[in-house]
Design a binder for this molecule. Structure first.
Ligand SMILES: Cc1ncc(COP(=O)(O)O)c(C=O)c1O
Length: 446
């Protein structure tokens, strides 16, 4: 057979992967087999796989071989966005923890589960909110890791923090209720409010947190049913409220009888952190978090801790919606919590986020950045004359996906800014990708 060039084989395999002919997870020929198929040297076959790996299309697993990588397009739902992800896009728009041991962790867990006794219980429906011993594991975890005195009866297992927020809003709020939120807030809550016809009242922000005087005025002028807040590592601005700010927030909520919806999705990154609102005001705080940012976003494992007075309504909202979590999944997640995997992973990611922030600070020095040294993301205000959509498009052309400020804005006008997630790509690539971001902005519109 005539020998074929490395580039030709790379193109052919890349086309088969992109075109769907080779499905995610497909085992590819060994280096030796690939070399034989194409009449090339084994070293050339290795180069083929190295290039496909660099393009993000395949993964090599030691001792097992090379597989087509599954990289779902995160933006599939948003067809208007030019930053749609494909296999070659660098994703700065999301934070998905990806770390080398993930596949092995799952493999070991599946093996252990397969070998465990009474496996048939995982084929049975769980009670709404989860099985008691699994809720207890989450409660103990929250007590030891987050300082929250959680009781198993008040813990509910949900498919990720987003569903937790949805269940809380369905259970405890009604259409047209007014909810105070940061002027720039987590887009998932904004979308949820739109679907449930909640009215968002934006709280103007200071660099270090929401303007609490403004919040007080809002509460005086409107009947605010709930305050949605991320006191530890606010998404997108990265602020961490001090104990004093938290106490004042709780004081306002008590005075105006508002529910506090505390979203702690990124809270694990700050250690030690000031007390959770769920600790300061357990009687009116619903605490929502997940393992999406620490262990795996595809696991869809989250939890809600609710005050006693709200627990019944949350349970019935769960019963009316998804009924219960998949038993197999909660078994895996709670075992990872109980055996210390999650705590270890969180500690590792704290260091990782810190290292990535240091790189970002260095590369983006002099630019208008708002962030926190422990955060997995940063907020970049663009120079006066630059529009966020044009910069996002220019970056998309260079294969870099970012989030635009308008997704976070609850006010009519969004600032021209971008949010960059720093954690979805290997640390080794971060510097060069951020340099490309900087270069694109510095030289725009060239
Ligand atoms: C602040 C915040 N809350 C909730 C979520 C949703 O998390 P999950 O993947 O657990 O649904 C996210 C995800 O990006 C987030 O940033």
């Amino acid at each position: 057979m005539p020998s074929t060039s490395v580039a030709y084989v790379v193109d052919q395999l890349a086309a088969d992967i992109q075109g769907g002919k080779l499905a995610p997870g497909t085992a590819l020929p060994t280096h030796r087999q690939l070399a034989a198929i194409h009449g090339m040297a084994i070293a050339s076959a290795s180069k083929v796989y190295a290039q496909l790996k660099a393009m993000g299309m395949v993964v090599g697993e030691t001792g097992r071989g090379t597989f087509v990588r599954d990289r779902p397009a995160q933006r599939e739902w948003d067809s208007s966005d030019e930053a749609r992800l494909n296999a070659n896009t660098t994703d700065l728009s999301f934070n998905h923890p990806t770390w080398p041991g993930q596949a092995d962790l799952l493999r070991t867990m599946l093996r252990n589960l397969a070998a465990s006794g009474d496996l048939a219980t995982l084929m049975r429906q769980q009670p709404p909110g989860g099985r008691r011993h699994e809720r207890q594991i989450v409660a103990d975890f929250l007590t030891s890791q987050r300082g929250i005195d959680a009781d198993e009866r008040h813990v509910f297992l949900v498919n990720g923090a987003q569903q937790g927020l949805d269940i809380v809003a369905r259970a405890l709020l009604e259409p047209h209720d007014k909810v105070a939120v940061d002027a720039l807030t987590y887009p998932g809550f904004r979308m949820l409010a739109e679907h449930l016809r909640l009215h968002l009242q934006p709280i103007p922000g200071h660099p270090d947190g929401p303007d609490l005087n403004a919040l007080e005025n809002i509460c005086r002028q409107h009947r605010i049913r709930a305050i949605y807040t991320m006191p530890t590592l606010q998404n997108p601005l990265g602020w961490v409220l001090s104990t004093e700010q938290r106490q004042r927030l709780v004081g306002i909520a008590r005075q105006h009888d508002c529910l506090l919806i505390e979203d702690a999705s990124y809270a694990f990154l700050v250690d030690p952190a000031p007390p959770a609102l769920a600790t300061l005001a357990p009687e009116r705080t619903v605490y929502v978090s997940s393992l999406s940012k620490s262990l795996a976003s595809g696991l869809r494992f989250g939890f809600v801790v609710a005050p006693d007075a709200c627990a019944g309504r949350i349970k019935s909202a769960i019963r009316a919606s998804y009924w219960s979590m998949p038993s197999l999944l909660t078994a895996m997640a709670t075992r990872w919590i109980a055996d210390g995997t999650v705590a270890r992973q969180e500690a590792m990611l704290r260091q990782d986020a810190f290292d990535r922030q240091a790189i970002a600070r260095e590369v983006l020095a002099g630019m208008d950045i708002i962030t926190h040294p422990a955060s997995m993301f940063l907020w970049m205000n663009l120079p006066e004359d630059l529009r966020m959509d044009r910069i996002a498009t220019a970056l998309a052309r260079r294969g870099i996906a970012v989030s635009k400020a308008q997704a976070y804005a609850t006010t009519r006008h969004a600032p021209h800014a971008l949010r960059l997630g720093l954690s979805s790509l290997p640390t080794a690539q971060l510097r060069s990708v951020l340099m490309q971001v900087r270069d694109t902005i510095d030289r725009f519109p060239i």
